[in-house]
Design a protein around this ligand. Sequence first.
Ligand SMILES: NC(=O)c1ccc[n+]([C@@H]2O[C@H](COP(=O)([O-])OP(=O)(O)OC[C@H]3O[C@@H](n4cnc5c(N)ncnc54)[C@H](OP(=O)(O)O)[C@@H]3O)[C@@H](O)[C@H]2O)c1
Length: 329
Amino acid sequence: MKALQCLSYGDPPELRIAETAGPEPGPGEALIAVEAVGIGGFDAVLLGGRYQERPEPPFVPGRELAGRVLAVGEGGDPALVGLRVAAIAFKGALAERAVARCDHCMATPPDMDAATAASVLSAYATSLYALETCGRMRAGETVLVLGGAGTVGAAAIDIARGLGGRVVAAASSAEKLAFCRMRGADLAVDYGAPDWRRTMTEKLGGGVDLVLDPVGGALSEPAFRSLAPGGRHLVVGFAAGEIPRIPLNLPLLKRASVVGVDWGGFMQQEPAANRALLARLRTLFGSGVLRPERPIVHPLSALVALLDDFRNRRSVGKPVIRLDFDAAR
Ligand SMILES: NC(=O)c1ccc[n+]([C@@H]2O[C@H](COP(=O)([O-])OP(=O)(O)OC[C@H]3O[C@@H](n4cnc5c(N)ncnc54)[C@H](OP(=O)(O)O)[C@@H]3O)[C@@H](O)[C@H]2O)c1
């Protein structure tokens, strides 16, 4: 089969299209004919050589995909064979065929096209796990989403809106703020502006109930300070590159919680609960409660430019690559 291989890490990485032996599904795995691959900040970090795990080159990159299940390995779910799925593969997705754990596949709702399916699973599952499972979000609560135009942030806006929340999205440019409003934010805040926290709480008439924080750095403490009593700060990631330190008197004074969110760990360690999470996600998509944006679809040749956009904070939403190896040669 044809696949994209990473020959060496870097910004840009060294990549080539190669003819490789196709993967075989191991125990509990599904073999998937890949149609589309979602690209995210993770790919930029991995291919730049900055992720904690570094697969030995040459390897096939690509973490998130949509396609049709061709077969399952021993102990895999036979009901998946023939279905179109969205799946997380960690690596190997930028190829004609890829494998993913059956537990890490969500059967695609009937109305969802392959490009949208390739863009939603990681961001929406992370945000649903963060808001409902970890944050115990209730309808009517106010949710502040940091990095609202990022991959996780945009999904969190849609989920918080769909679950009946009042959504405040924060981002760094006029284009990103317009995107947040378009995705359903009731209020969009430029967190590059001085005193953005005071402006936000004045407009809201009080504090927020939840902060969904995939950004970290200097933004986390003012966001935590904007919580109302009983609030929950959901620690999702550190896209800013710096792990913040929050003084512990703040949770005490506010009777507020810092809650760690690790969907990857949840997937691995609580497979039954994760299956229930993915089933709920599919229901929310299928019933129209969640309305993911149709992503911009790019050819394989755009990959390096997309990685550059993530690294330089230019990306809005989650782009997708439609696989066409013949066109890319
Ligand atoms: N815990 C989990 O289970 C889980 C799951 C998925 C992802 N994550 C983590 O969540 C974080 C965000 O992931 P993502 O896929 O949403 O990333 P993304 O699409 O790149 O979005 C990150 C956002 O962070 C903001 N940002 C601030 N400083 C930045 C910088 N120096 N470089 C890049 N972006 C910066 C950007 O918005 P502005 O320009 O508007 O500030 C950007 O839109 C990552 O750290 C990722 O590892 C965690």
